[in-house]
Design a protein around this ligand. Structure first.
Ligand code: FMN
Length: 397
């Protein structure tokens, strides 16, 4: 048989699934886990942020207790010293797939999204289908894949593979995910034929709890958006105008509309998620002073290395982010008092973002402050609803 992705039904459509519950929130709330050293900020200002598992497990539990919908881990393949500099930025990184697997057994409600480069090395769709089904079972439908295609030539070289051309990668990803989806939905042995994959009498158990795990893609290119609107529940978007909030907010409505319209053309709905870095303090002045201190401690060597990666990458998504904006990092910067942060989140929602995936400079205390000072205001502003006690949050088998 020729496998096909069933874009018409997935966990978002099933009452009781964790994704369905998250999509009932006016603003989906995620935390981008710093499973790589330095997180998102190329600054040596002292902080607690740590790539180690124990720290990330604490953050995940903290986010779960605050009612966040998901945590997310990225995947990158870097050599010794990472991006370099004093920090050896991102030299240390946990594998997101393995880290979210361990987190699945330590949490109860929060979704766990793991980035996977499906086109690298030895990934066979049968492997990923089986591993994903197992994690779906362990997490009770809370696990998902951010399926990315690999935009850095040196990563391909690490795997000893020639880099596949940008748009062709998305065609291969579509082929891969069609096999995955077909395996997950089938209750019988399947013989599958695609140009790349041949499977005879293949079978995957257990059946995922809500048809399939959650599917995510992170992209900014036309080919990537075309892939994502057909094959994802969530699309990780970037600001097309760089990290400055005012620039981003001007450019985002057209960008999110393009994604919504693309999905509507294939009779689907996808949700968009953007990853702001939040710098919040009781007053605007204090927030900017904190931001200025972070920027004043820029690690120039690491910054050179990180920005230099652009010459080895063909990603379109980050094309307009400026060097200086990479010090604080993240996709766009939200800086201010709790009230100002809420105003900016309201503006992002109005600009068509369905959710945010937050990063902080000093994760543990900054997340605690966000929970204490910003979250109650978000509820007041109607962006978060307390769904505790709602049946749809409890996904018992
Ligand atoms: C929020 C976000 C997270 C991302 N995480 C990863 C990642 O973990 N690994 C990776 O290789 N690329 C990651 N990317 C980069 C995208 O995969 C990259 O933009 C990709 O090559 C898409 O390219 P395109 O925009 O040209 O389609 C991420 C992008 C965004 C916006």
């Amino acid at each position: 048989m020729n496998p096909a992705f069933d874009g018409a039904s997935g966990p978002a459509d099933i009452e009781g699934s964790p994704l369905h519950a998250a999509f009932r929130q006016p603003l989906i709330l995620g935390l981008f886990l710093p499973i790589q050293n330095g997180g998102w900020s190329i600054s040596t200002l002292p902080r607690s942020t740590d790539w180690r598992f124990d720290y990330n497990a604490r953050l995940t539990k903290q986010a779960e207790a605050l009612g966040f919908d998901l945590v997310f881990g990225l995947a990158q393949w870097l050599g010794k010293n990472g991006h370099g500099g004093q920090m050896k930025y991102r030299e240390q990184s946990l594998d997101a797939f393995i880290a979210t697997s361990a987190l699945a057994a330590m949490t109860e409600r929060i979704m766990l999204i793991s980035t996977v480069h499906a086109l690298y090395g030895p990934w066979h769709p049968l492997h990923l289908a089986k591993f994903g089904a197992t994690l779906d079972h362990i997490s009770n439908g809370r696990w998902g894949i951010n399926l990315v295609t690999g935009h850095v030539s040196t990563e391909w070289a690490m795997f000893g593979q020639p880099m596949i051309e940008h748009d062709e990668r998305y065609a291969r990803a579509a082929e891969f995910v069609a096999v995955l989806d077909t395996l997950w939905r089938s209750d019988a042995n399947l013989t599958i034929r695609t140009p790349r994959w041949q499977l005879d009498d293949a079978f995957v158990s257990p059946r995922p709890r809500f048809r399939r795990p959650v599917l995510v893609n992170a992209t900014g290119s036309d080919a990537g958006i075309d892939y994502a609107v057909r094959h994802s529940d969530l699309v990780f978007i970037t600001s097309p105008a760089g990290a400055d909030f005012d620039d981003a907010i001007g450019a985002l409505p057209a960008h999110t509309a393009k994604i919504r319209e693309g999905a509507a053309r294939v009779e689907r709905r996808v949700r968009t998620l953007i990853n702001p870095t939040i710098v919040c303090r009781p007053t605007e002045r204090e927030a900017w002073a904190y931001r200025d201190a972070i920027v004043a401690h820029a690690d120039e060597g690491a910054l050179d290395g990180f920005v230099g990666q652009g010459s080895r990458s063909d990603a379109k998504a980050w094309a307009n982010h400026k060097r200086e904006q990479r010090i604080l990092g993240g996709n766009l910067h939200l800086i201010g008092s709790p009230e100002q942060i809420v105003d900016k989140l309201v503006a992002l929602k109005r600009a068509g973002c369905d959710g945010v995936q937050l990063t902080f400079f000093d994760f543990e205390p900054d997340l605690a402050y966000f929970g204490e000072a910003v979250l109650p205001l978000l509820v007041e502003a109607g962006l978060r609803r307390d769904l505790a006690g709602s049946d749809s949050l409890h996904t018992t088998t």
